[in-house]
Design a protein around this ligand. Structure first.
Ligand SMILES: *[C@@H]1O[C@H](CO)[C@@H](O)[C@H](O)[C@H]1NC(C)=O
Ligand SMILES: *[C@@H]1O[C@H](CO)[C@@H](O)[C@H](O)[C@H]1NC(C)=O
Ligand SMILES: *[C@@H]1O[C@H](CO)[C@@H](O)[C@H](O)[C@H]1NC(C)=O
Ligand SMILES: *[C@@H]1O[C@H](CO)[C@@H](O)[C@H](O)[C@H]1NC(C)=O
Length: 389
């Protein structure tokens, strides 16, 4: 009897503790507790990526005076990312001509300029002497959980896949290098050329699926499937991904160059081979050329599906221009979801704040994969947060 009462007491205590803690976190009255719990958990399981996401640098393609630059810098800082923005010349007609194929050119002026921007970033990277880089466009959004949670998961799956792929080749030198100390956060840099972390879909016929190297894993920070973009959701279901599951796989048709990892060697190869449209054929855009490199030309490319970076505004995208219809028509705007497939977007309106307390809170939140109070922050703004802090 005594014992049973203790048990009931204990249960009540447990429930009270649970409620207390949850209400606590809902009202954000104790950001400190919550954040330390979160970071210890994330650090214990994966270890956060460093401020350049395990690459030697993050390089943004952004023209001088770009209206998107300030918000890029703000969001990068908010999520602990160090982004380098190399100077970009103002492109002239003569520069545009250098991209064009002499015969059968099909590229638009805008698309050629975007292409020049990417080449400029790659040149800067090669001259910098850095060993690897993540190239990002200046209008991409990403989840605030990118550095603490998402990238460590993706990189870990990627390293596993590279290992497995290597184990299946019979190149003794590759195996040797592989066993040496050439392992980085993104594996052996001699074994891959492009890693698509930001794209607008790497869709393919399911007949390719069974033998395509891939690894699936849980990612608590992901949007539920039904809140993904229509085409993304359909594809994810086709390959058997469940709610809160992501995968890394060998690329098949990766489209859009929102964010991609390169090595020094692959950047040099891209500069040497893809500084122009395809001769006697033409090319719509730089990202189409990269897709062809992966699909047809034997480049070693890998993709995270769904993506970690996505364009904020689809209507200004060159792909939309090319196809004449929006590639990513948004579903009914789900609360807080501004960028397709990005759950807790670092560049959301709600996070555009200089209030030190709010900034501090967002940084804490970034370490807790399940936590995104974007709307609360947006609705209540700086006014309410002081009573929360
Ligand atoms: C992040 O890690 C990569 C790979 O180890 C390294 O090359 C890079 O310098 C690191 N970045 C920072 C800012 O420490
Ligand atoms: C973010 O900005 C603060 C204040 O300007 C600076 O001290 C800090 O180093 C920045 N963080 C990164 C990752 O750039
Ligand atoms: C990959 O293989 C190397 C060498 O055998 C090993 O040190 C490393 O831990 C492996 N990495 C993964 C992620 O399995
Ligand atoms: C231009 O491209 C077309 C289509 O590939 C080809 O048939 C033709 O020979 C090319 N012309 C020249 C002058 O190279």
């Amino acid at each position: 009897m005594e014992c049973r009462r203790d048990l009931i007491l204990l249960t009540i205590c447990a429930i009270l503790f649970f409620l207390y803690f949850n209400i606590h976190s809902l009202h954000i009255t104790s950001t400190q507790n919550l954040a330390s719990l979160a970071s210890s958990r994330a650090a214990h399981e994966y270890g956060a990526a460093n401020s350049t996401l395990g690459f030697a640098g993050i390089i943004a393609v952004s023209k001088d005076g770009s209206p998107r630059r300030d918000s890029l810098i703000h969001s990068a800082n908010l999520t602990g990312l160090y982004v380098t923005i190399p100077h970009q010349p103002t492109w002239t007609d003569a520069d545009v001509e250098t991209i064009k194929s002499k015969n059968q050119s099909i590229i638009s002026r805008g698309s050629a300029m975007a292409w020049l921007g990417h080449l400029n970033a790659l040149k800067w990277f090669v001259e910098s002497g850095l060993s690897s880089a993540l190239i990002i466009e200046d209008d991409v959004d990403w989840d605030i959980h990118l550095r603490h949670h998402q990238v460590p998961l993706v990189a870990s799956a990627f390293r596993n896949l590279l290992n497995t792929t290597l184990a299946n080749t019979n190149d003794p030198y590759a195996t040797l290098r592989h066993h040496s100390n050439s392992q980085t956060f993104w594996g052996d840099l001699t074994q891959w050329e492009l890693i698509y972390l930001g794209h607008c879909g790497d869709y393919f016929d399911m007949k390719f699926w069974p033998e395509l190297p891939h690894q699936k894993f849980m990612d608590e920070s992901l949007l539920p499937l039904e809140q993904m973009h229509v085409e993304t959701e359909e594809f994810l279901r086709d390959v058997g991904l469940k709610n809160k599951q992501r995968m890394v796989h060998k690329s098949k048709n990766p489209l859009c160059s929102f964010a991609y990892g390169v090595t020094r060697a692959s950047a040099m190869r891209i500069l040497a081979e893809f500084s122009t449209e395809e001769e006697n054929h033409g090319t719509w855009a730089y990202d189409v050329r990269l897709l062809e490199a992966c699909r047809d030309l034997g480049y070693k490319c890998w993709t995270s599906t769904p993506e970690l970076f996505h364009h904020m505004d689809e209507h200004s995208s060159e792909i939309t221009e090319v196809n004449g219809k929006p590639l990513f028509p948004l579903k009914d705007k789900t609360d807080g979801v501004n960028t397709p497939n990005i759950g807790c977007g670092a560049r959301s309106e709600g996070f555009k704040t200089e209030d030190p307390q709010v900034v501090e809170y967002i940084k804490h939140m970034a370490a807790e994969p399940g936590l995104c109070l974007m709307n609360t922050l947006k609705i209540e703004g700086g006014k309410t947060i002081s009573s929360l802090g």
